[in-house]
Design a protein around this ligand. Sequence first.
Ligand code: ADP
Ligand code: MG
Length: 341
Amino acid sequence: MLGRKIAVDLGTANVLVYVKGRGIVINEPSVVAISRHNNSIVAVGNDAKELQGRTPEAIEVVRPMRHGVVADYPTTEAMLRYFLGKTIGRLSLVRPEVAVCAPVGATEVERRAVREACEAAGARRPVHVIPEPLAAALGARLPVDLPQGNMVLDIGGGRAEAAVISFYGIVAAASIRVAGDRFDGAIASYVRRRHGVIISDRMAEEIKIAVGSAIPLEEELTCEVRGRDQATGLPRTVEITSTEICQVLQDPLEAIIAMLRSVFERTPPELISDIVDHGIVLVGGGALLRHLDYRITRETGVPCHVAENPMECVVLGAGIALDHMDLIRRALPEEEWVPAL
Ligand code: ADP
Ligand code: MG
């Protein structure tokens, strides 16, 4: 059990933990239920998500990460302590070596917060902080060891990021606080505006997964949604179609595609040519939106495809990064992190 190496993907929506030699051991929502009475932790992860929207006043259900960075430090630390404890056991005397990811768009202060939260939760100092798109590219098995342009687009819960990676370094990148949560918010406000029914963001997420699409579907999908009628206050069921949701998702999708275009503008021509040859790889839960790869291919003229297991790439890549820290540090010295966004 000595020298254990662990990778953590501390996302806005989900936390994944990978242990070298064992694989992914934790994959749970980044949700914590806290007692308002004495601030004690009531539940973490799956158990906490079950409680969302269903608890009495005395219990608050929170998501301590926001836009890919730590929003509530004590709760993030408690959540990490719980997940690391579950991974290595409380009696572990040797602190594990940990790599954790942070968005390329994170500030130095935000990177420090994620590092310190891991260290406070039991990781060995110093924790390696790895830029998320680099981890995503490693996890998607792109040849980032070559001096060749590799492009990834990661759409998570709170943030979308795109980057071009070559020779273990980030050559160009961009980041935007528009991703899955924004899709859900847009759906919830649409259902209220158009149908007069109030639904939670969690139900909006279910609609997105059930019928969401980046382009209009030839065969329309529908789903039934139960919410509270805004006028009468009573329960009401409405039918929502994929055509409506596709329309609702236009604005946030366009913002993400504009962000992606801005990365091309900052990429050296030699690397652009590699990207056109090899395509853009989509990762993160947002990559699972129907026909998103097709839509991006159509709008950029560059072939785009979804990685295998897109929601696991970042943590798997951070695990791979643990074995290449010397090369990564050479390409991305800690103090320089990534080029200006
Ligand atoms: P993070 O890294 O921010 O924790 P993830 O990569 O885990 O985020 O992705 C979570 C996001 O992906 C959520 O907004 C979730 O609703 C969305 N998502 C998951 N599955 C799908 C799907 N099938 N279609 C569209 N969005 C999805
Ligand atoms: Mg992520």
